[in-house]
Design a protein around this ligand. Structure first.
Ligand code: ADP
Ligand code: ZN
Length: 736
């Protein structure tokens, strides 16, 4: 007697469902698929969806009974022959979605962002000679047998090459049973890193930090460690020891290193290769589809060991994660601002907790959040206060720009120019730092004052003279610089205002005509190979003056670089961002840290119109504790993170009236109660972006309030407003 069994399951589809709080969908299992254990959690399946067949992942085998009528549910169509998505990754996706209030399908989509994830890994078949072969063989077959003694596995093509026969001969032998095939993974495996070769001999301070981390790795338990060390103290070398310990301690361990901008890690990759003999597995958005696939499957099958990646690497299907490192943990680039909005560093801690393994947060300028967790004892705190070898921290000076009158269109004051000259005379290198791409941030008409603005954003167009265009840095819109004013038609009146690094380079060329200049900005250096080339030219002293944006602050080590000039230290200090001062301090401390990293003493010069600002005072006095304490006090007084919680809700759409209607609706239904306030709606600081009008609510709450629950309750009680998009940003970092 056969029973017709049916059961209900939930399948998560890697698709955004267009609603912020969406989750998995209900289907039924029937026939063979309904049998015990035929379908397991994490299995890949196909299901029907609005007339199409789509692929998804089994998310729940016992969903709660209420809700759907079984009779209305569609059946799961098939199960794919693939290993299931690891449990820990499923749990992580659930966690990220619950925390960020992003729909689960969008989070799953990030985890499956690999071409043909739903097709099993590439397979190839290798052949060997059968153990017993007939006595009589044709001449061609005899050659094959003679050539094949002791060979354990070759493809048909390689057999043919080896024996000097046609592939037809080999195929016939396979058919006749004279050769046996074995299917293996067709992806070229990644080479195993060598953990046993010794690294540098470490200083006492370095050794203590390395030992502590290695011990935690061997304890094989979740623990967060802050590895704080001044710039040049050797943090990378030290955490390499923890990586080595993880490689040695267990069978097939997997290790993840998150870095802020993977395309800028040329030097880091070379150091890794020097230490471990092989390149690590790279994971970032610029991989080719084939590279992506190879990396993803090597992690999924457990073959891949060390992955270095951008924040999205957190969503790789690790089978045996044993250690996570977050390098430059303070970096704002770990925050993803589009789609699923999450902070990579925070989610890395969650990922490590799930995997029950240690995580190291490394930085010379840790975030206030991390410092507070270290201070309270929640994190272990390792500190390295001296530079490797003979190097010492650079001298720091402020140039009070109010005392110098600069010729219009120039940005370097006398003392900085003199310092550059002196550095050139010493045959050393200078870095001029200005965090502004392009030639000039604003173009205006001298006759009528008209400013060139983006039509799609509330932002000025930035001139890029090298590419002969004005460009919007928010949406990418660009046009030619007009020869006459679009407003008053005055000829030749359009004037560049303010400096970008291109313009600064022009000034430097004028002052020092003979010197070799390298301009470093993300739009100048478009590939990792180009980056490598520039870095080598700096290392080989083919460059005298480097002019760069924040991409030069990222951990580079140039022994001959002894002077750093910060052209505009005040940039970034104002604006509505509660982290503005902290962030500016981190950036300037990092860029200052590029100076004098070897035997030559370094010098840093800050040009500022606000020389008394606490950020500058902290930099020059080196009293960062007092500065951070003041920052912490400010935030505590305002109940801002990490003392209170903050979330932004952005309502956007092309039609301003629809956006305003949605805002009014949300404002009316905003929850009221103790321990939280909802501010807004007000136009977002970027009130017009890529053609979308944007309004913002801010939810501020005490720490003990479940802010996700509050927002969920609010939005779920609202119905989806028409023609607008609602984005939720828990703990916003960007105040645009
Ligand atoms: P940080 O990341 O803390 O700024 P790095 O790890 O980049 O410092 O180290 C600075 C420089 O010193 C690098 O060139 C590094 O290879 C070198 N270094 C650090 N520790 C040692 C050591 N114990 N022996 C030899 N070189 C070292
Ligand atoms: Zn724009």
């Amino acid at each position: 007697m056969s029973l017709f069994i049916q059961s209900r399951v939930q399948i998560l589809l890697p698709l955004p469902l267009g609603m912020p709080l969406g989750g998995a969908l209900d289907y039924i299992l029937e026939g063979d698929l309904a049998e015990l254990d035929a379908v397991k959690l994490g299995d890949f399946v196909t299901v029907p969806l609005s007339g199409r067949t789509v692929q998804g992942v089994v998310w729940d085998l016992n969903p709660s009974a209420d809700g759907y009528d079984m009779a209305k549910l569609k059946p799961v169509l098939s199960k794919l022959e693939l290993p299931p998505l690891p449990d820990l990754l499923r749990e992580f996706i659930d966690w990220v979605s619950a925390y960020s209030l992003a729909d689960k399908g969008s989070v799953l989509k990030m985890a499956l962002s690999v071409p043909r994830a739903f097709h099993s890994e590439k397979k190839i078949t290798l052949y060997r000679l059968a153990p017993s072969l007939p006595e009589k063989l044709t001449a061609a077959r005899r050659t094959v047998v003679d050539a094949g003694q002791g060979i354990s596995g070759l493809s048909i093509k390689d057999w043919a090459l080896k024996a000097g026969v046609s592939t037809g001969v080999i195929r016939a032998m396979v058919k006749a049973g004279m050769m046996q095939g074995e299917e293996i993974s067709g992806e070229k495996p990644f080479a195993e890193p060598h953990a046993d070769q010794a690294g540098y001999s470490l200083s006492k301070e370095q050794q203590q930090a390395a030992d502590h981390m290695s011990e935690l790795v061997r304890a094989d338990k979740f623990k967060t460690i802050l590895l704080e060390g001044i710039t040049g103290s050797g943090k990378t070398e030290v955490y390499f020891e923890a990586v080595a310990a993880a490689l040695q301690h267990s069978e097939k361990p997997q290790i993840l290193v998150l870095v802020p901008e993977i395309s800028l890690t040329a030097q880091w990759l070379e150091r890794f290769e020097k230490r471990f003999g092989v390149e690590p597995i790279n994971w970032h958005s610029e991989l080719t589809p084939a590279q992506r696939r190879r990396a993803w499957w090597s992690v999924m099958t457990g073959q891949g060991r060390v992955v270095v990646g951008a924040r999205s690497a957190l969503f790789l299907p690790f089978q045996n994660l044993k250690l996570i490192i977050v390098d430059e943990e303070h970096s704002a680039t770990f925050k993803q601002e589009e789609g699923v909005i999450y902070h990579g560093r925070d989610m890395a801690v969650v990922r490590a907790r799930g995997a029950d393994c240690p995580i190291v947060l490394a930085s010379a300028t840790p975030s206030l959040e991390t410092l507070m967790n270290a201070d309270s004892g929640k994190y272990d705190w390792l500190y390295m206060g001296s530079r490797h070898g003979e190097a010492v921290l650079p001298d720091m000076h402020i140039i009070d720009m109010r005392r110098y009158k600069l010729k219009s269109g120039t940005w370097l004051a006398e003392p900085l120019k003199n310092a550059i000259q002196k550095t050139l005379d010493n045959k050393e290198q200078t870095l001029l730092y200005l965090n502004r791409r392009g030639y000039a941030p604003l173009t205006l008409c001298r006759t009528c004052g008209h400013r060139m603005e983006c039509k799609e954003c509330s932002a000025w167009l930035v001139e890029h003279r090298k590419f002969d265009k004005l460009e919007c840095h928010h949406c990418g819109y660009h046009q030619k610089k007009p020869s006459s004013c679009p407003s008053c038609a005055a000829e030749g009146a359009m004037t560049a205002c303010g400096p970008g690094i291109e313009r600064l380079a022009e000034e430097v060329e004028g002052l020092f005509p003979e010197v070799r200049i390298a301009v470093m900005a993300s739009d100048e250096i478009t590939s990792p190979a180009a980056m490598r080339e520039i870095i080598h030219s700096i290392e080989n002293h083919e460059v005298d003056i480097i002019i760069g944006t924040q991409i030069v602050t990222k951990g580079y080590h140039f022994p001959l670089l002894t002077l750093v000039g910060v052209v505009d230290s005040d940039l970034g200090l104002d604006g509505g961002d509660p982290r503005a001062a902290e962030r500016t301090w981190q950036q300037l401390e990092q860029v200052a840290g590029r100076a004098g990293r070897a035997e030559h003493r370094g010098r840093v010069v800050f040009q500022s119109y606000m020389p008394d600002h606490p950020v500058l005072k902290a930099l020059v006095s080196g009293d960062r504790d007092a500065f951070l304490q003041q920052e912490a006090d400010n935030r505590e007084n305002q109940n801002m993170p990490p003392f209170g919680k903050l979330a932004a809700i952005i309502i956007s759409g092309r039609d301003r009236d629809a956006v305003l209607t949605a805002c009014r609706m949300l404002a009316r239904s905003a929850p009221k109660g103790d321990g939280f306030t909802i501010l807004g709606p007000v136009p977002a600081p970027m009130s017009y972006l890529r053609g979308q009008h944007r309004y913002r609510f801010l939810v501020k709450s005490d720490k003990k309030i479940n802010i996700q629950k509050l927002i969920r309750f609010w939005l779920e009680n609202n119905g989806k407003p028409k023609a607008v998009r609602i984005q939720i940003d828990i703990d916003p970092y960007s105040f645009t």
